[in-house]
Design a protein around this ligand. Structure first.
Ligand SMILES: *Cc1c(COP(=O)(O)O)cnc(C)c1O
Length: 357
């Protein structure tokens, strides 16, 4: 069997939830499980994070899958609904849609539900992607109060919570917009949960940090006390002895300047490993740090075995996880860990390991 797999440490997820809750002890916590729980597996992650106060997903399908897996806590639909035919299903499963535009409110006004629907109203405080602006908010809330809605919560999303002073203006705008409104509020993502206590409010929304990656460019996950939940491992499937002047892989972008050993690893961009990770990207072989050489191809990539004693076919390779930070691999590929974790493809088997070490 091809040796590539993504190993999920469920104990790391519960550890990370505990760490994050200690940062915001007076707020409820939402585990954000969109994109197949950032690639970790929707229902398995939800089961491991049963202690979260609520869950959030993107699509109705994901929400129904969670309900059918036995989750009874609130489930938030981060973009609400896209058409009216979703509303009866939302009501039947007691889901909590986010309302971000007046068209959604118009659809709600046409519906009657057997029990009041909890909703979250999204405020645009400066990201200018989704949400109501200041002048729209009061009329929208008045209209909602005449609909079959139950609990109302207000939320906003930060554009730059991972940067210095990234939220100040948006928090000021949120406070201004809500100064005469007493509904509970949710503002913080992982970054703001870790660094901005003023944004914790009633409920924090935890994504990337739950999975053990850092939302910050200037601080590692390890330093934040987080444990990586996913370890992507494979093996060396071939070894090449290169002489000085010989090249490796497509385009011959790496040329050996002395004789050296190169290992071929069963992992490529069709598995979700970033093709933009160039020579020098960190990788671990048999527990020792080394680097990627040359271009990543569809099914394989090459690594430097120069400093790996007794290198042989079958030796274990870690692409990211416990030894190689996914944030470092992402940086090397010009992207962020969110993209790497959520881009693993179907052909990578995901295996679950609940040992907490
Ligand atoms: C994805 C998402 C989050 C989680 O963000 P992280 O940076 O991964 O913590 C929070 N809120 C909303 C609205 C989201 O879409």
């Amino acid at each position: 069997m091809r040796p590539l797999r993504a190993q999920i440490n469920l104990g790391a997820l519960t550890h990370n939830l505990d760490v994050l809750r200690q940062h915001a002890p007076n707020s409820k916590s939402v585990a954000v499980l969109k994109a197949n729980a950032y690639g970790h597996g929707l229902t398995q992650v939800a089961a491991a994070l049963y202690a979260a106060d609520a869950f959030a997903v993107l699509s109705l399908d994901e929400a129904v899958q969670l309900r059918e897996s036995g989750i009874t806590r609130p489930i938030i639909l981060l973009e609400g609904f896209f058409s009216s035919c979703e509303l009866p299903v939302i009501s039947q499963h007691n889901l909590t849609p986010v309302l971000h535009c007046k068209e959604q409110v118009e659809l709600l006004e046409l519906m009657h539900f057997s029990h009041p629907l909890p909703v979250i109203v999204k405020l645009n405080t400066g990201m200018n992607r989704l949400g109501f602006r200041s002048n729209q908010l009061t009329p929208i809330l008045q209209r909602l109060e005449r609909c079959d809605v139950g609990e109302i919560m207000l939320m906003t999303h930060f554009a730059s919570a991972d940067e210095q002073h990234g939220i100040t203006k948006q928090v000021e705008q949120f406070n201004l917009m809500t100064k005469d409104i007493s509904y509970p509020c949710s503002l913080a993502n992982s970054a703001a949960t870790l660094r901005c206590p003023e944004a914790h409010r009633d409920m924090v929304r935890l994504g990337i940090a739950l999975y053990g990656a850092s939302p910050f460019a200037d601080e590692s996950a390890r330093n934040l006390g987080l444990q990586p939940a996913m370890t992507l491992t494979s093996e060396i499937i071939s070894i090449q002895e290169l002489s000085a002047g010989e090249q490796v892989g497509y385009g011959g972008t790496y040329v050996a300047n002395q004789s050296m050993l190169v290992g071929v690893v069963a992992c490529g961009y069709a598995d979700g490993y970033p093709r933009h990770a160039g020579s020098g990207t960190p990788v671990c072989v048999n527990g020792l740090q080394t680097r990627i050489l040359g271009r990543v191809s569809m099914d394989m990539l090459c690594v430097d075995l120069t400093n790996i004693p007794n290198a042989c076919v079958g030796m274990p390779v870690e692409l990211w996880g416990e030894q190689v930070s996914v944030d470092d691999v992402a940086r090397s590929a010009g992207t962020i860990s969110y993209e790497l974790l959520s881009s693993l493809t179907k052909r990578v088997p995901v295996v679950y390991d609940s040992v907490d070490d």
